[in-house]
Design a protein around this ligand. Structure first.
Ligand code: CP
Length: 321
């Protein structure tokens, strides 16, 4: 695997899930693969789970790890071309990226959507520059439009908890006080569409995700109808993807509290498990009693981030040799 951005990069999901189980049984089985190999993790944005789980995954595989927080301790980076750099940004990404590539074998990048310019974000301008100029395989640790390590961990979790061979999985929008990117729901929809599940996506009108990610999913605007018979409820906020009205891209269109997942919402389901990628704002996305209930699997879901990252890095290391 050269780079890891989309579900197609991991190949057949049954094989990836089998490898995830193998790693879970013995997470140090492939320690030899990473010997004398270096992972460089670049963060343009904050992280708890991605930072820790990806670093742990690299250590499982015997790799050396360098972590760089671009906005803390490094030169501030200019990402646009054609800019006169007379502000506070001392270095251009187009020099920084090939330099970073000199010090590692694999680059992992976190760079969120700016939510100002849909075309810039959906072209994955920053990550594509890493792919083009670093000379190294690139692993997405959440980009402008995708978060494949999260979606892979979500799939592993659903595989472990599913009560029937083809479960009903519901991705539901929930309110939030800040405009958030669409990377998590995009990847979740993309990975679920490729998996053996019935996917329903529910949200208020105007929050339609890009169809390139939701192809194959049922879109249901009535949240109650969507929840009926569900085996998994995956809650997430996202800002307006700008599919129907491009001028609304990145905006909060509503903060309707009736979309918050509470015990009544969960009672509409077939005793569903509750999932969220975390971090989560209680009282907005989900109530305390739902996230603390025995049907909440947010912690095992987060634990599976180590597994998804180990399988992904293993594949990337195998492709190096
Ligand atoms: N879910 C997730 O990616 O968490 P972090 O933002 O803390 O890495």
């Amino acid at each position: 695997m050269k780079s890891f951005i989309n579900v197609a990069d991991i190949g057949p999901l049954e094989k990836a899930l089998a490898e995830a189980q193998e790693i879970k049984n013995d997470r140090y089985k492939y320690q030899h693969l990473g010997r004398n190999k270096t992972l460089l993790m670049i963060f343009f944005n904050n992280s708890l789970r991605t930072r820790l789980s990806t670093q742990k995954a690299a250590m499982n595989l015997g790799m050396n790890v360098i972590v760089l927080d671009v906005n803390q301790g490094a030169w501030k980076l200019e990402t646009e071309r054609g800019v006169i750099m007379n502000g506070d940004k001392s270095e251009h990404l187009l020099e920084a990226i090939p330099v970073m590539g000199c010090y590692c074998d694999i680059i992992a990048v976190r760079s969120f959507a700016g939510l100002k310019d849909r075309d810039y974000d959906y072209a994955e301008t920053v990550v594509q520059q890493f792919i083009q100029y670093s000379g190294r395989p690139v692993m997405a640790m959440e980009t402008a439009t995708v978060h494949p390590l999260q979606a892979f961990a979500d799939l592993i979790t659903i595989e472990e908890y599913k009560p029937q061979p083809r479960p009903k999985v519901v991705l539901t929008w929930a309110p939030h006080c800040r405009a958030l990117p669409q990377a998590v729901p995009n990847s979740f929809a993309q990975w679920m569409a490729a998996a053996d599940v019935d996917l329903v996506v529910t949200h208020p009108k105007g929050y339609e995700l890009d169809p390139k990610f939701t192809a194959g999913a049922k879109i249901e605007y009535d949240q109650r109808k969507a929840f009926e018979g569900a085996h998994f409820i995956y809650a997430k906020n996202w800002s307006c993807p700008g599919v129907t009205n491009p001028e609304d891209y990145g905006k909060i269109l509503t903060d309707d509290p009736t979309w918050t997942v509470d015990t009544e919402h969960m009672s509409w389901t077939d005793d569903a498990y509750f999932m969220h990628c975390l971090p989560v704002r209680r009282g907005l996305i989900v109530t305390d009693d739902v996230i603390e209930s025995p049907r909440s699997i947010v912690i095992p879901e987060a634990a599976n981030r180590e597994i998804s990252a180990t399988v992904t890095l293993k594949r990337m290391l195998e492709a190096l040799v």
